[in-house]
Design a protein around this ligand. Structure first.
Ligand SMILES: [Zn+2]
Length: 181
């Protein structure tokens, strides 16, 4: 019941956000996430909020503000500051780094089979290198560290050492969740 309600809300959020899409947009309830250069309008559904979604936030505050493209090796998922970030899959934390620019506080998780994911611009980080984590455990919170113009999760997926478009993986996750209900 709970998941069903969230999914409905997610699509409602999608509709209200697309009406604003015109190359620039403002996410409802998140004025600080005002679009800047290179941000694309929504053309696909938002990531559905469930217990295992990447960012545990209200659906109306979640959307993809920047897709994977040349010069942007990940996907930007807009979310409220302090939202918990959950890993795509179970794995082991192989890197926890803090930089002033680019990624800010970020974590890389190794999921085995050549698959790794990175979560960047985090505020609080809850894991350390070597930690074994599951999809039930938050790796950190959405923050404003590194090069970011508003609160969002920058997420990368690396397959055999190369960054790939996260979209198919996110779709897969969503489909699996739908099947699991
Ligand atoms: Zn990004």
């Amino acid at each position: 019941m709970f998941e069903k309600r969230n999914i409905k809300a997610a699509f409602g959020g999608f509709i209200s956000m697309t009406t604003l899409a015109s190359g620039m947009f403002i996410l409802p309830g998140d004025q600080s996430a005002l679009a800047t250069a290179n941000i694309q309008p929504f053309d696909q559904e938002v990531i559905i909020e469930t217990k295992r979604s990447l960012v545990n936030v209200l659906p109306e505050n979640t959307g993809v503000s920047q897709e994977f493209h040349l010069g942007h090796p990940g996907i930007d998922i807009t979310a409220k500051l302090g939202s918990k970030i959950y890993p795509l899959k179970d794995g082991v934390v192989v890197l926890m780094s803090v930089t002033r620019w680019d990624y800010g506080r970020s974590v890389i998780i190794d999921h085995g089979n050549g698959l790794q994911t990175r979560y960047a611009h985090m505020g609080k980080v809850f894991v350390q290198e070597g930690d074994k984590i599951t999809t039930e455990m938050a790796v950190g919170e959405v923050g404003l560290t590194g090069r970011t113009t508003g609160p969002h999760l920058h997420m990368e997926i690396m397959k055999d050492g190369r960054t790939v478009n996260p979209r198919p993986y996110l779709t897969l996750t969503r489909e699996l969740l739908a099947k699991a209900k």
